[in-house]
Design a protein around this ligand. Sequence first.
Ligand code: TRP
Length: 523
Amino acid sequence: MLEKREHWGSSIGFIFAAAGSAIGLGNIWKFPYIAGQNGGGAFVLIYLACIVVVGMPIMLCEMTLGRATQKNPVGAFKALSPNTSHLANLIGVSIIFSGLAMLCFKQFGWSAVLCAVGLLVMFYGWITVGILCIVTPFAILSYYCVVGGWTIGYIYKSFAQEINVGSVAEAGGIFGAFIGNTGLMIGLFLIFLLFSSLIVWGGVRNGIERWSKILMPLLFILLLVIMLRGLSLPGARRGVAFFLKPDFTKLSAEAILIALGHAFFTLSLGMGAMITYSSYISREQNIFLSSLAVVFLDTLVAIFAGLAIFSTVFAMGFNPDAGPSLVFKVLPAVFSSIPLGWLWAGLFFLLLSVAALTSSVSLLEVAVSYFIDERKWSRHKAVLICTLGIVVTGLLSAVSITDWHRIEWLHDWLVKAFNVQSGNFFETIDNLSSNWFLPLGGLGISLFVGWIWGTRKAVKEIRYGSSNFADVHLIALLAGLKDDPSHNDERYHVLTLASLWGIFIRFVAPVAITIAFLWMNIK
Ligand code: TRP
């Protein structure tokens, strides 16, 4: 008995949903603060390079995998991977040995993780990458929903004029008291998670697509309003210069890694969110154009959000390098000093929660689709159980997101097992997922499509619905000779978008990610 898979109602519905996934806290909350911490313009440039070199090719990889298999990430790898080979055994065994070697350094936690991964690789081969894709959303959602809860709290605080403050220090005090209120944190976290679950509960077309089509236009309007307000303030120009003028002396090696990790995070890559969403499209969809549209919209929103925030922050004479609390401490102080500040602040935090909501929906849908496809659960059962899982991990975050002191035992255990010292709960999970799980997942996905499934089959899949794109002769196009008869000869079609893409996913993206990993460890 073959159940028919749900599909998006229209192409534009898919693009809205995928852009809704990509555009989130990453664009409006995280991107401005990491740009602020890493020196502004130069960082933005590196980030854009990562989007083009690594993000765009892998976006197309994920969309191709999803549409070709019509499955969740685990199902997709299962459908396309060859039987586990000697190579998988060899790699699995070497991972296990390196895990055992870690024992000599008393790295018990890492040793256990490596042995487990080694076993997975031995028995499941490439499907291990799919499994990683199902684990990561639980890690990300655990803190994503907590921050989502903050944004809801701040919508209320803005309209109630509770964050009408005179200084950043005062706003900091309010924020500190806010996140110190554990009961409130848990409540807001649960409300935010409940909204996300309800949308996923409604299904692909009646839940995710319908809400994306309402919330995304709302988000664009809010963002435009706030950006224009910021840019029209006297003195906004210094903010714009900080954000757009590259000063490479301020760029550190670490910033490059952060930019790469953020490219994955902001485009929702590396954990199969795009595989899952494009498993609900049909072959008429032009995935080449769709992937470009999603990347473009996501980048546009990040740039607009940066302009909105830095123009306002500089116009009011504040510092851009406050870190994760930039939006929650500096902005309230900034807004309080412009007329009708509470209104702008309220709209801003509304914008932030809308963006966060469509993203957390996509994170949840990845796990849900796995249980529906592979375990044959009903959608409602899958949503219920995944939500309960996130409640458990999210509660840990909610009570300890900025500091470990409420779950000291877990911290002690982590320090003992993994030898990690630095950072609070929030930084630890964020760093682990953005800078490790996502790039690792992305590496697996691009290697798999480039070398195992093969670019030939992948390009064949891409051609459905986008043949005129994949095979455009780039040089002819740039030279204005696109329809010149001599260039229509098959033999001349060498440098096409499709072949360029093949080179990127086989060589450029994997090498870039590997270098980033090595760098991170040598440092
Ligand atoms: N891209 C979202 C943001 O910028 C977050 C997100 C949603 C995500 N789904 C994802 C990140 C999947 C990684 C993987 O906030």
